[in-house]
Design a protein around this ligand. Structure first.
Ligand code: F6R
Ligand code: MG
Ligand code: MG
Length: 381
């Protein structure tokens, strides 16, 4: 095997769906695939999958991160899919392609990006995640658990190279100036300060995790807020992630463990509610149809072999996860119907992506009156 410094990229966009924000049609996916097949010379391999209404393009190449040609290829593929989505009259056709023309890098143009560059190991097992109807920080808790919590990741206690810990890179999602505002924290020393940041998944999102033993990247997460890109609600920032597993990284089972009792994340209806992550397998029928949720998480396991992806395994196909799905369905239905829009049922008003609630508050502004103020002022005199 030739040793290559290799980059794995996942670039995703919602370019239109059948019957609402559910799932793109096979024809849309075929148009995306055809572009990659016809114009994908820059790639060693690619694989297209969906998570709810999102199209996720997984790519293997040697061009490095933020590469113009790779990003442009994904953009062109999404444009081809959008054309079909428009012909078919699909809902939200081209939704995440915020700009008319490609400008060097898809970041800031709408699509989400997770990329990592590494020297391919003799065997290079990876997990790739796609999520739908949720928020950029949705992977915070599962990633923290897998790379920093010995209760979940027994490797932190049982394997010397993993015991050396990991460096987490976290992004401030509310940074609006130029560039990306990031911080690096080492676990275990900084694990509490890291947890303090991750307590606010609407504000801070893990972007990368590195092994402290080798300095090699172990995880990459797409982390952006389209609202801050577009200046208004244009869709959900459904994240994608790549994780290298085994050896000096957590095992696939440690990475997947947190989804056995999945965390509550922001998402489902209008991106405004709190709901449990729902693990889905390959199934084409996994569509967010109960209260536009629950937020979906799909995982694919494969190896990268000389730059080529093996046929993926969808771990959440395993019947074990049926009981998790049953639990989440029951818990989410109960929480949703018990709580409605009140209190913790919904996200903080400042996090609402639709402007309707703020408009109501503005409307009410003139109708408030403060009773007893005159009397209090008189009493003071
Ligand atoms: C949430 C989501 C959906 C939509 C909802 C209304 O991520 O995609 O909950 O927000 O279906 O969609 P519009 O406003 O497009 O009618
Ligand atoms: Mg959509
Ligand atoms: Mg989506």
């Amino acid at each position: 095997m030739g040793i290559h410094v290799r980059t794995i990229s996942v670039i995703k966009a919602d370019i239109g769906s059948n019957a609402g924000h559910w799932r793109p049609t096979d024809e849309v996916l075929a148009a995306v695939e055809k572009t990659l097949a016809d114009e994908g010379d820059v790639l060693d391999d690619y694989y297209v999958f969906t998570a709810g209404d999102d199209v996720d393009i997984l790519m293997s190449h040697t061009e490095g991160e933020d590469d113009d040609d790779v990003h442009e290829l994904a953009w062109t593929a999404f444009e081809a899919g959008t054309e079909v989505a428009k012909e078919q009259g699909l809902y939200g056709a081209g939704q995440d392609l915020l700009k008319d023309a490609f400008a060097g890098n898809v970041k800031g143009l709408g699509p989400g990006v997770a990329e990592m560059t590494f020297e391919e190991r003799e065997a290079e097992p990876i997990l790739v995640f796609g999520a739908d109807k949720t928020e950029p920080g949705a992977f915070n808790q599962p990633m923290y658990s897998a790379f920093a919590d010995p209760k979940v990741s027994s490797g932190l206690l049982l394997k010397d190279t993993i015991h050396e810990g990991f460096t987490f890179e976290v992004m401030d999602l509310e940074h609006t100036g130029d560039g990306e505002k990031k911080i690096q924290l080492d676990v275990p020393e900084d694990s509490w300060r890291l947890a303090a940041l991750l307590m606010a998944p609407h504000r801070f999102g893990i972007t990368k995790i590195y092994s402290r033993h080798s300095g090699e990247p172990g995880a990459a997460v797409s982390t952006q807020k389209l609202r801050n890109v577009a200046g208004e609600y244009v869709g959900k920032d459904d994240p994608v992630a790549i994780v290298r597993t085994q050896g000096d990284f957590p095992s696939p089972g440690e990475v997947l463990h947190p989804y056995g009792n999945p965390p509550m994340v922001a998402g489902s209806m209008r991106g405004s509610h709190n709901s449990y992550f729902y693990p889905v397998g390959r199934g084409e029928t996994e569509i967010p149809t109960y209260f536009d949720g629950p937020p979906l998480v799909k995982a694919l396991g494969m190896v990268v072999n000389d730059g080529e992806f093996s046929e993926p395994i969808y771990p959440f196909d395993f019947s074990f996860w049926d009981s998790v799905r049953d639990d989440v369905s029951r818990d989410f239905r109960e929480f949703r119907e018990r709580q409605g829009v009140f209190g913790p049922g919904t996200v903080d008003p400042g996090e609402l992506e639709y402007g309707g609630w703020a408009d109501i508050m503005d409307d009410l502004e003139s109708e408030w009156s403060v009773e007893g103020a005159e009397q209090a002022a008189a009493d003071d005199d």
